[in-house]
Design a protein around this ligand. Structure first.
Ligand code: AMP
Length: 212
């Protein structure tokens, strides 16, 4: 059983790296941001409650995200383990997590703020299948169209200069201290998120003692 948490500022490739790890080691990838975006897209009651908060780049209430994480983990379909991405993002969420689960590794992806801005503003998402693109590193073959399903590529509502500034501030003020909390109890390591995705993935696997 492997239980990991992946942390890092917006645009550091948390979702991509967690996905690669999950795929090869049969882990359940739990992305709180993806769950919340699904609710917004499908116009659920929860979606209506979080839409404006997310679009502004602010953090959704702790009770709400904790219940999303709890419900997902309570399904107990993670026979080989899980990788949680985007949670915890502050001290209280970290305490909730530390009380309930033993984590085998906390992956911290480090990316300087200037690079975050460059990546996030170039990020696009398929409006149909949700695949991630980046106009710098992963361009679609046909402009504004998904290579896989042909859906229209759009920017995330929170990938604007203004929302990004809020998210970066929250990250430095609230999420970084979580790493210190984790360090007291768990194995935390930092990986440089600037190289291309395969290289970052190799560095993560090496630190976790996983086969490459
Ligand atoms: P992400 O996809 O991880 O960048 O998350 C997108 C947005 O979802 C964030 O900007 C928050 O509004 C919300 N969100 C995701 N995870 C959390 C969390 N752990 N706590 C509070 N809000 C969250």
């Amino acid at each position: 059983m492997r239980k990991y948490v992946i942390m890092g500022v917006q645009g550091s490739g948390k979702g991509t790296q967690a996905g690669l790890l999950a795929q090869d080691f049969d882990l359940v990838h739990i992305s709180v941001g993806d769950v919340l975006r699904w609710h917004v897209q499908n116009h659920t009651k929860l979606g209506a409650q979080v839409r404006r908060i997310m679009a502004a780049g602010e953090l959704v209430g702790d009770d709400m995200v904790e219940s999303v994480v709890r419900q997902r983990l309570d399904q107990h379909d993670w026979n080989y383990g899980f990788v949680v991405d985007g949670f915890p993002r502050n001290r209280r969420q970290a305490e909730f997590f530390l009380e309930g689960y033993d984590i085998d590794g906390v992956i911290h992806l480090h990316l300087p703020d200037a690079e975050v801005r460059r990546r996030v503003l170039a990020r696009r998402l398929c409006s149909r299948c949700g695949l991630d693109y980046n106009l710098i590193a992963h361009r679609p073959e046909v402009a504004d169209r998904c290579d896989v399903c042909g859906g229209e590529l759009v920017s995330r509502e929170d990938d604007t200069e203004e929302a990004l500034a809020t998210r970066l501030r929250d990250y430095h003020e609230k999420t970084n201290p979580v790493l210190d909390l984790f360090r007291r109890k768990e194995y935390v390591f930092t990986v440089d998120a600037r190289p291309e995705r395969a290289e970052v993935q190799q560095a993560i696997r090496q630190q976790l003692g996983l086969p490459r």
